[in-house]
Design a protein around this ligand. Structure first.
Ligand SMILES: [Zn+2]
Ligand SMILES: [Zn+2]
Length: 209
């Protein structure tokens, strides 16, 4: 917490030059700044790099970098946020986890809270729900953007009826959970199928064929 106190002190020193303001305005400014710094610290703790922290909290780049360095003992690693969905599309598990993150995000949108709070809460809940998180904070933060950018859409799964995320241009009709399930289970009777069968993946078991 010393690191947070240091950053907070330097920010409040800066605000002395702002001039005379009403006491209440200064009070709410200070509270806003304190909230931003606490949110930023939590995001760094969850694995966020300075760029993401800056984007989510609205902190200045310099402050975000300084906070990161003080909390982690090293500068924030370079590297950009993902720009495409290629990494997600590489596996059904990743798409399944993206859908989990999306559902949590959607449930919390009408709370009207800010971007930092949303991201912290969604990611903390996601880590509680899954045994092994597959998405790091950067990828989890990118999931709602892919929907906003109309790269992905929500569509209902023809097997389980649940809504899931899929690229707009794809024509698949089952969710990643059902896709994973049907690798080992017959689509007709739900019985086991030989997953080690070579060639094209089997859709039904020997009895239903
Ligand atoms: Zn499904
Ligand atoms: Zn069957």
């Amino acid at each position: 917490m010393d690191a947070i106190a240091n950053v907070a002190t330097s920010s409040s020193q800066k605000s002395r030059h702002v001039g005379r303001r009403a006491q209440t305005t200064r009070g709410s400014d200070l509270l806003q700044q304190a909230t931003r710094i606490l949110d930023a610290a939590r995001l760094v703790e969850l694995g966020g790099r300075a760029g993401l922290v800056m984007y989510a909290t609205g902190l200045e780049k310099k402050t975000a970098n300084r906070l990161y360095r003080q909390l982690r003992g090293a500068p924030s690693p370079p590297g950009q946020s993902p720009f495409t969905d290629t990494w997600f599309l590489g596996s059904d598990i990743r798409m399944l986890h993206a859908t989990i993150v999306w559902r949590l995000h959607r449930r919390l949108t009408n709370t009207g809270r800010g971007a930092a709070w949303m991201l912290i809460t969604v990611y903390a809940l996601y880590r509680c729900f899954v045994r092994q998180p597959v998405l790091d904070l950067t990828h989890a933060a990118f999931v709602p953007s892919l929907v906003d950018m109309d790269v992905w859409e929500e569509r209902p799964c023809t097997y389980c009826g649940e809504f899931y995320l899929a690229p707009l241009e794809s024509n698949d009709d089952q969710c990643p959970g059902c896709r994973l399930y049907h690798r080992y289970r017959c689509r007709q009777c739900g019985g086991p199928i030989n997953a080690r069968h070579r060639g094209r993946p089997r859709l039904t078991c020997g009895q239903c064929e």
